[in-house]
Design a protein around this ligand. Sequence first.
Ligand code: GCW
Length: 720
Amino acid sequence: MLRLLACLLMSTALAPFLAAEDGYRLWLRYDPLPETVRSDYAAAFTEIVTPANPSPTVALARDELARGLGGLLGSTVPTATQASRPHALVLGRPNDPAIAALIRESDLRAAGEEGFILRRLATPDGPRTYLVANRDIGLLYGAFALLRHVQARQPLAALDRVESPRIQRRLLNHWDDLDGFVERGYAGFSLWQWFHLPGEIDPRYREYARALASVGLNGAVLTNVNANAVILTPPYLEKVAALARTFRPYGIRVYLPARFSAPIEIGGLKTADPLDAGVAAWWRAKADEIYRLIPDFGGFIVKANSEGQPGPQDYGRTHADGANMLADALSPHRGIVMWRAFVYSPDNATDRVKQAWDEFAPLDGSFRQNVVVQIKNGPLDFMPREPFSPLFGGMPRTRLALELQVTQEYLGQSVQLAYLAPMWKEVLDADTYAAGPGSTVARVVDGSLRLQNLSVIAGVANTGTDRNWTGHVLAQANWYAYGRLAWDHALSSEQIADEWIRLTFGADPEVVATLSRMLLTSRETVVNYSMPLGLHHIMAVGHHYGPGPWVANLPRADWTSVYYHRADEGGIGFDRTPTGSNALEQYAGPWRELWGNVATVPENLLLWFHRVPWDHRMKSGRTLWDELCLRYQQGVDEVRALQRDWASLAGKIDAERHAHVTTRLARQERDAREWRDACLLYFQTFSKRPLPPGVEAPAHDLAHYKSIRLRYMPGNPGGG
Ligand code: GCW
């Protein structure tokens, strides 16, 4: 009796801790559904049937369904290897004749290698739900899809679909260093415990892999593109192999950065010249060694001749020479090379945004079939708003991958709320016109435009050791949205936000409506208070957090802010039309016309393409100066609206996550004011005009803002 009492006491005392709402569970919560909606689902899923002796992947699918449905329905759903009751949920592959007889050939073809079919069918033994896939991994993806469906309380009748990913390789790129530091990481340290690997498998590795699989991601580049050759040495490859083994049942392959000078640094060679036979042989042997340990190794990513990284140009060779040499080493094993196009040379005075095109477009058609050229969404560097990179339309005979930045290097890091799906949709939906109208970046990347057989999308991860994975609880939405778009880029930002909110915060209509509005407006809000009207690259140096429009006199002009905004008494903006750098020439005709004309360019890209006087008339009838000031103010006002919206959800969201976001929003409001005041005071030294009515007076003078120095910022490789 006493013992029972003690147990009871213990469990009540522990309850709040066990139910800690620290964000660790991400969107995979499986809390019991309200009684009112539970019974329909409970009646529909009476048992989970999988073949006897399931593979590890099928076992994961089964266990996830048991855990998920058990949690959501509030009672155990038994598992079985033979369906014995009506309303069974049956998982299977067409190699089972009973399954094959039920599913159309055309559906199986549509499901492809990784997809699945979810269907409710009437059978002689009563209605059943079938989850069918050609390969085991499809069953796992289907299990997550089904759980999403129930968790989001979607009608059972709608459980009838065939899905398959549009892009084959859906990767997270980790910029993790071997010492645990994450470059541009704002959620703690690297998840990979290299010292303890390969012997010790942190349970979090499985949780990570499960989260990736739940949104359909199937690859991870484990370490930083600013590469360390040590990752390719035998002891580290053993560690990588241990991670690969852990991830494999979740359908995730590992990839590694290849430091171009590795043959010298760890191979003892005198050169890394890609045309040197000894170098090629070294890489071939290295590839063989990797595949002996990791038979499904994905391939290499390379940042070459970019920001100080070594590369083929060190030997007078081209990017294609370098990429092809590595591609040949990997091709016997079906591995791929992701060669990054993020290049701009220290000895090139051309407008930085033109340089990737200048270096890569002439190489079109000279890359091997297992090479993809990986291009950032915009031609500069993950700014809050950029036009799409013209290179997506400039290399018709090359496989091109899209690189997005999930971590918010230039959008408030893990302090500010910026839901990035709308930004990513802008680039995915952008028309390159490369093969006529409709040649969207999405179709270039997924290979459908030219029926290419290899497609890759990469997102620079925002994950780390923080308990909530992404630093800001609401930044989990970006990880989620990236995965969902990588799977299906036709999904809308609204759909994905709605889905994520329901999974993460429940289905209360007020929560869903309010938080959707917050997410969907948040990126534009950051643009407004930081870099409105096409301004770009005016952030503080090094850590890139907060304003720095005055940044000048760095070792390279194109690292400064003044290079990009070009403000003086005559006006502001970068002329990229034929009278200026003519970066516009890299785009197709319709864009050249639209963007090249100051009367037709959308105002959100005005200062990206044009240099205009301070009294330039905007569509509103205001002068550019007044408009600029009001945009900065609008950004601040919008953060305050976010705060009010969030405050209105108190009591509807658990206190722990509510308080966390409240604190971050308060800091975002301060940050937004700082951006506004710093930028307006600075630009005012050129415009020499007063702040228009409606703009709050700055709290300090310009000298104050210029003197702010943030030290030891997270994610900044420059340190203090
Ligand atoms: O966005 C910039 C970052 C660098 C990064 C580089 C790149 C990994 O400031 O930290 O280096 O881009 O993408 O290579």
